[in-house]
Design a protein around this ligand. Structure first.
Ligand code: ADP
Ligand code: MG
Length: 225
């Protein structure tokens, strides 16, 4: 389909056993530029596997994944890494900030691989941290931040490279209700700027906020609304 940012075509991902597990079964998905999509499903249903495939961390066993029209199956590891670094941002439940680096250093890091000119990196990192309301803690260690603050820094890190696609795996899983609303508000602002957002969640309220809701069960994806 022309203009699609993401296209999964009959994607199956099997993990060899025994017993073999088909974590994704003939999944078809189209995400357009600017879409805001939630994915719910029980534990073990294939949510993280799908996000890993979308994030070029994992490959389909069968089927095809096109990102921005590029057939990712044709790329070698270097090509996949370069495409990942330039087009995709990740946000995780457990934040995954480097503990021995400062807030600013954590946000500078992804630009090492994204092709951002060296002279622009610091300015971009500062702007991203300003955007998420964390520019007052540039030199702080992540360990000294609250969960909500860590997730704000992680969001800055995810978008500092200006990705087309933001993938979030339970981004509010470690946050309380108020902080959840804050972080989702932030993702929605970024979505308003045109970034496509795919968010995996257990939280029905979080899923309801998205423009499109998907459900996955036993590796099969369906459109809820
Ligand atoms: P979810 O994120 O929805 O909880 P996952 O995508 O992590 O589910 O897992 C889907 C299924 O695939 C589960 O049955 C899980 O045990 C299996 N699985 C995931 N990763 C691997 C792996 N690396 N090796 C073998 N099985 C795996
Ligand atoms: Mg998971």
């Amino acid at each position: 389909m022309a203009g699609a940012l993401v296209e999964l075509r009959d994607v199956t991902r099997s993990f060899p056993g025994p017993p073999e597990v088909q974590a994704l079964k003939a999944v078809n998905l189209t995400v357009r530029a600017g879409d805001y999509v939630s994915v719910v499903g029980p534990s073990g249903s294939g949510k993280s596997t799908m996000l890993n495939v979308l994030g070029l961390v994992d490959r389909p066993s069968v089927g095809e994944y096109l990102l921005g029209g590029v057939r990712t199956g044709d790329l070698d590891e270097a090509g996949r890494s370069a495409l990942r670094a330039s087009r995709i941002g990740f946000v995780f439940q457990a934040f995954h900030l480097l503990p021995r680096r400062t807030v600013l250093e954590n946000v500078l890091l992804p630009m090492l691989y994204s092709g951002t000119p060296r002279a622009q990196r610091e300015e971009r990192a500062l702007a991203a941290l300003e955007r998420v309301g964390m520019s007052h803690r540039l030199g702080a260690s992540p360990a000294t931040l609250s969960g909500g603050e860590r997730q704000r820094v992680a969001v800055a890190r995810a978008v500092v490279t200006r990705p087309a696609l933001l993938l979030a795996d339970e981004p509010t899983g470690n946050l309380d209700e108020d902080t959840t609303a804050d972080v989702m508000g932030l993702l929605e602002e970024l979505n308003g700027d045109g970034i496509s957002v795919v968010v995996i969640t257990h939280d029905a309220d979080v899923a309801d906020r998205a423009d499109r809701a998907l459900r996955i069960a036993g590796g099969r994806l369906s459109e809820v609304r």
